[in-house]
Design a protein around this ligand. Structure first.
Ligand code: C5P
Length: 251
């Protein structure tokens, strides 16, 4: 097999890089979105709103239907509590979950170790664990307000390095920071999952640091998380496929 053929097998397809955020208020609405995108989308993100409404049963339903689930609950608590929440995420069969990097290295390391041990003992595939750096709705002013005077980029890089040294698989960050994160973290496989993605002609909603799908991929994003540009579209399938097309062109 040639190097190009091997690369083609290893390289994730556009579908494996586009995560649909199921930011809706009921299982019925979430099922509607999943069914509209059924033959095209592979990865769905269940976040705070839907999880609080529908609970773990809905996550299991998606997993049983063969979907990959990114459980976006952004755990932020003492190490023992986050590690145990991580184990429960693994028990649900999610593909990916996340913790706040500002919870510190002990919290991240303990979570990674506890989840890995649990998955070996129960013969499961370990979920990918991401660290949240700085929310893409935050800008310099927002950081100053909460007493974090450092600039956004420096803070993101620092938190990404901590996530990497704590054994996490990647970070959630704005695509605007992706290149710098790759420069700061030596491992090219370190994931940079980017929300705040907006098609060029779209609205920004409450996201302050937005990037187009192609720019995000070119900047080094491994995965894109897209919510409202798909959920609010008159034709969700078309909106998804348009973004997928942009990823394919840029990849
Ligand atoms: O609708 P929109 O495309 O802005 O949705 C982005 C999704 O990504 C939301 O579910 C939001 O909670 C999530 N997210 C984010 N910024 C982060 C981490 C997650 O916007 N840093």
């Amino acid at each position: 097999m040639t190097a190009t053929q091997i690369e083609a097998i290893l390289k994730p397809s556009a579908k494996e890089r586009l995560i649909v955020a199921l930011d809706v208020d009921s299982q019925a609405s979430a099922r509607e979105v999943v069914s509209e995108l059924d033959d095209v989308a592979e990865i769905f993100k269940v976040g705070l709103q839907l999880f609080t409404n529908a609970g773990p049963g809905f996550v299991e339903e998606l997993v049983s239907a063969g979907k990959r689930v990114f459980l976006d609950l952004k755990f932020h608590d003492i190490p023992n509590t986050v590690a145990k929440a991580g184990i429960e995420s693994a028990r649900l069969g999610v593909w990916m979950f996340n913790v706040h990097t500002s919870g510190g290295t002990e919290m991240m390391t303990r979570t990674r170790e506890a989840v890995a041990e649990f998955c070996v003992a129960t013969e499961r595939v370990r979920p990918l664990i991401l660290g949240v750096t700085v929310l893409t709705s935050m800008d310099q002013k927002g950081l100053m307000e909460i007493g974090e005077g450092t600039d956004v980029a420096a803070r993101v890089n620092r938190l990404a390095e901590l996530a990497f040294s704590s054994g996490l698989d990647g970070v959630v960050a704005s695509a605007k920071e992706a290149a710098e994160i790759h420069a700061a973290v030596a491992d090219p496989n370190f994931l940079v999952v980017t929300p705040g993605v907006r098609p060029t002609d779209g609205t920004k909603d409450d996201q302050k640091r937005v990037t187009s799908p192609s720019a995000a991929i070119s900047a080094g994003a491994s995965h894109l998380v897209v919510g409202r540009p798909i959920l609010d579209a008159a034709d969700r399938r078309k909106a998804f496929l348009d973004i997928l097309g942009e990823i394919e062109l840029a990849a």
